[in-house]
Design a protein around this ligand. Structure first.
Ligand code: ASP
Ligand code: MG
Length: 409
């Protein structure tokens, strides 16, 4: 008998028929003697609809009240799923985040989980019940409802699995696992049987939408055994997220190609090359809560240098306004912005012990005439910024160059 936490995303509970299917799947695990906690999202589209309603009232909704509204989608699905389970003879009970209790800080719309009281859940499991918990939500010390940020149900599930020391946390979604890259761009993309937690973290932060990044961080911190599976297939082992120190794991050099179109680039030219310049340019950007990703400062010449960095495309206009002010202060010559860039990354823990990955990547792009605008590396990834119009080509040729279409041994 194992203790399993299962999470079903919005598409998996998108209709009442699908909720009934989830109930059947949960019942099967229960019938095998396992204890099951189910975490659900709102029905697909519902959270967007609720946020839309709030914005009709207040263009910039009050964050506390927005969470009161946005959290209700999950309250509907927990009740419906618990009913669906009872309807097929499985004893079940639903809990909102506040009823569990999932205690968070008070950062409305992006709260962080501080602790989870597992008393109610444990008691119900011991009494043979399936426990259905609302994802995405918690409660702060004042008793206000909070939400964990978009896609936050993944984090709810992993956090509950960590609190219960569950044997496995299964994330059921509309894909059957984590792929070497997006199959819509590369039809030969393969499902990975395993991926390390570090690689998954890179893939998530580099644009793969399979798991909310915070859930992966959580899984890494608490060593939660995490698996991504399809809720639309009966069989299949999905993708298991492993830890690199797991013994006898055969690790491929490269696990995947991630990409992100959601980026923009700024270049500040003719900046005086003196101490404090990076801070003078990026300090105000950071102060406005704008995330900066890649940064390049060129070698100075004649007392001048050029400075480039990327931000999320959604922050482009705000960043531009800040830079226009900064320009005069630092005495820069020109600011140029480019919204038509994309970032492509190769990810793999095997990079640590292999040389030549970067040169293979650069040669592959060069052979297609794709110009690299920026490069950044970490121990387990190499990212380049290129013109967005070459993104799909780049992903395809890199997938082939690193033989990701070959079946795993
Ligand atoms: N319903 C929330 C959202 O749409 C949380 C989730 O689905 O994970 O972001
Ligand atoms: Mg999701």
């Amino acid at each position: 008998m194992a203790l399993i936490v299962q999470k079903y995303g919005g598409t998996s509970v998108g209709t009442t028929d699908r909720i009934k299917n989830v109930a059947v799947r949960v019942a099967r695990w229960r019938a095998q003697g396992h204890q099951v906690v189910v975490v659900v999202s709102a029905m697909s589209g519902e959270t967007n609809r609720l946020i839309g309603l709030a914005k009709e009232i207040q263009p910039n909704p009050d964050p506390r009240e927005l969470d009161v509204v946005a959290s209700t989608g999950e309250q509907v699905t927990i009740g419906l799923l618990a009913m669906a389970l009872k309807a097929i003879g499985v004893d079940a009970v639903s809990y909102t985040g506040g009823q569990v209790t999932v205690l968070t800080d008070s950062a409305f719309t992006k709260a962080r989980i501080e602790s989870i009281d597992d008393k109610n859940i444990r008691r119900d499991l011991t009494n043979g019940k399936v426990v259905v918990v609302a994802g995405f939500q918690g409660i702060d010390a004042e008793g206000s409802i909070t939400t964990l940020g978009r896609g936050g149900s993944d984090t709810s599930a992993v956090a509950i699995a960590a609190a219960l020391k569950a044997d496995e946390c299964q994330i059921y979604t509309d894909v059957d696992g984590v792929y070497t890259t997006d199959p819509r761009i590369v039809p030969e993309a393969r499902r990975l049987r395993t991926i390390t937690f570090e690689e998954m973290l890179e893939m998530a932060s580099l644009g793969s939408k399979v798991l909310q990044i915070r859930s992966v961080e959580f899984a890494g911190k608490y060593k939660v055994k995490l698996r991504v599976l399809s809720s639309f297939q009966d069989e299949g082992e999905g993708t298991l997220i492993t830890f690199e120190d797991d013994k006898n794991m055969e690790k491929p050099i490269i696990s995947g190609i991630a990409f992100n179109r959601d980026e923009a680039k700024f270049t500040v030219t003719g900046v005086p090359d003196r101490p404090g310049i990076a801070y003078q340019i990026l300090g105000p950007v950071a102060a406005a809560n704008i995330d900066v990703d890649m940064i390049i400062q060129n070698v100075g010449h004649d007392g001048m240098t050029d400075f480039s960095f990327t931000v999320g495309r959604g922050d482009f206009d705000r960043a531009k306004a800040i830079l226009d002010q900064v320009k005069a202060q630092v005495g820069a010559k020109e600011i140029s912005g480019d919204k038509s860039i994309a970032k492509v990354s190769v990810v793999g823990v095997g990079m640590r012990s292999h040389v030549g990955i970067a040169s293979n990547m650069f040669r592959t792009l060069a052979e297609e005439g794709i110009n690299i605008q920026m490069i950044s590396t970490s121990e387990i990834k190499i990212s380049v910024v290129i013109d967005e119009k070459y993104l799909e080509l780049a992903v395809r040729v890199l997938h082939r160059a690193f033989e990701l279409d070959q079946v795993e041994a």
